[in-house]
Write a new protein. Structure first.
Length: 243
C-alpha cells in the first residue's frame, strides 16, 4: 500500500481513510454551525453561486457526492422537480444521517446512499450533473474519483467541484494566520475538537491548486473545464463538461 497525505502528515492509504472517517464522525453533529462560524457564513454564498452555475432543470438526474449535511442536494431538489431525481451520497454514515434528517426536515425524501466517491455504484452515463462540494480534498485517489465522476455522467453532462483552493498572494499571510491560529481554537471551543480543524487547514494546503485540478479534470475525461475563483481563490468552483 502506498503512502499519502493526511494534512501535513504522511500516512498509508488505509490510515488516511480511517482518519478522515474519524474527523467526520467527530464533527458531524456540529458540522453546520462550525461551517457558519469558520467561514463567517461565506459557505452559503459559495454554495448559492454553485447552485446558480448548475442551472438544474426540471427532469435532471443529479448526483451529489460527499454530500454531508445535504446543502447542495436540498438546493437541487426544487429545480429538478418531481420528474427529476437528486441522489444524496456520502462515505460517512454520521454525516449522511445528519443530511438525511435535514432533508426530511425540509420535506424532501431523496435517496441518501452510503458510497465512496472513488468507486461509485452507478451505471455509466446515468447523470446529467454531478457535484462534489468540499469533498474531493478528503479523497485518497483524486484521479480515480474524477474518472468515476466522468464515467457516471452522460456525454455533455457537467461536473461541479467546489473546493478550497489557492488564495491570492496578498491575502496568503492573513489567511494562514486565521487557518492555523483561529480555526483550531473555534473547533476546540465549539466542537470540542481542535485537531479535526487543524486537519482542515492542513488538507487545504496540500490540495491541488486551480490549474492543477483543471489539468486533472481534463485528464479524467472533461473536454472543457472552467474555473471560477471565489473570495480571492479561498475557494474555486471547477466546472467540467464530459466529452
Ligand atoms: N458537501 C458537504 C458540504 O459542502 O457541506 C459536506 C462537505 S464535508 C467538508 C466533506 C465530506 O466528504 C464529509 O461528509 C466526508 O464524509 C465526505 N467524504 C470524505 N471522503 C469521501 C469519499 N471517499 N467518498 C465520499 N465522501 C467522502
Amino acid at each position: 500500500m502506498s503512502d499519502t497525505h493526511f494534512g501535513f502528515s504522511t500516512v498509508d492509504e488505509q490510515a488516511k481513510a480511517e482518519r478522515v472517517r474519524g474527523v467526520f464522525d467527530s464533527v458531524a453533529s456540529k458540522y453546520d454551525v462550525m461551517n457558519d462560524l469558520m467561514s463567517l457564513g461565506l459557505h452559503r454564498f459559495w454554495k448559492a453561486y454553485t447552485v446558480g452555475v448548475a442551472r438544474v432543470r426540471p427532469g435532471d438526474v443529479v448526483l451529489d457526492i460527499a454530500g454531508g449535511t445535504g446543502d447542495l442536494a436540498r438546493a437541487f431538489a426544487g429545480p429538478a422537480g418531481a420528474r427529476g431525481l437528486v441522489v444524496h451520497t456520502d462515505i460517512n454514515e454520521a454525516m449522511l444521517r445528519q443530511g438525511r434528517d435535514r432533508l426530511l426536515d425540509a420535506g424532501l425524501v431523496l435517496p441518501s446512499l452510503l458510497c465512496d466517491g472513488e468507486s461509485l455504484p452507478f451505471a455509466t452515463g446515468s447523470f446529467d450533473l454531478v457535484s462534489v462540494a468540499f469533498g474531493l480534498r478528503n479523497m485518497t485517489h483524486k484521479e480515480k474519483a474524477l474518472a468515476e465522476m466522468a464515467r457516471v455522467l452522460k456525454p455533455g453532462g457537467r461536473l461541479l467541484v467546489l473546493e478550497f483552493s489557492k488564495v491570492a498572494a496578498p491575502l496568503a499571510k492573513a489567511y494562514d494566520w486565521y487557518s492555523f491560529n483561529v480555526l483550531p481554537r473555534i473547533g476546540r471551543w465549539v466542537a470540542g475538537d481542535g485537531e479535526s480543524y487543524r486537519y482542515l487547514a492542513e488538507s487545504i494546503r496540500v490540495h491541488p491548486d486551480q490549474e492543477t485540478l483543471k489539468a486533472m479534470m481534463k485528464t479524467a475525461g472533461f473536454g472543457h473545464v472552467d474555473v471560477h475563483n471565489l473570495s480571492a481563490g479561498v475557494v474555486a468552483l471547477h466546472v467540467g463538461i464530459k466529452c
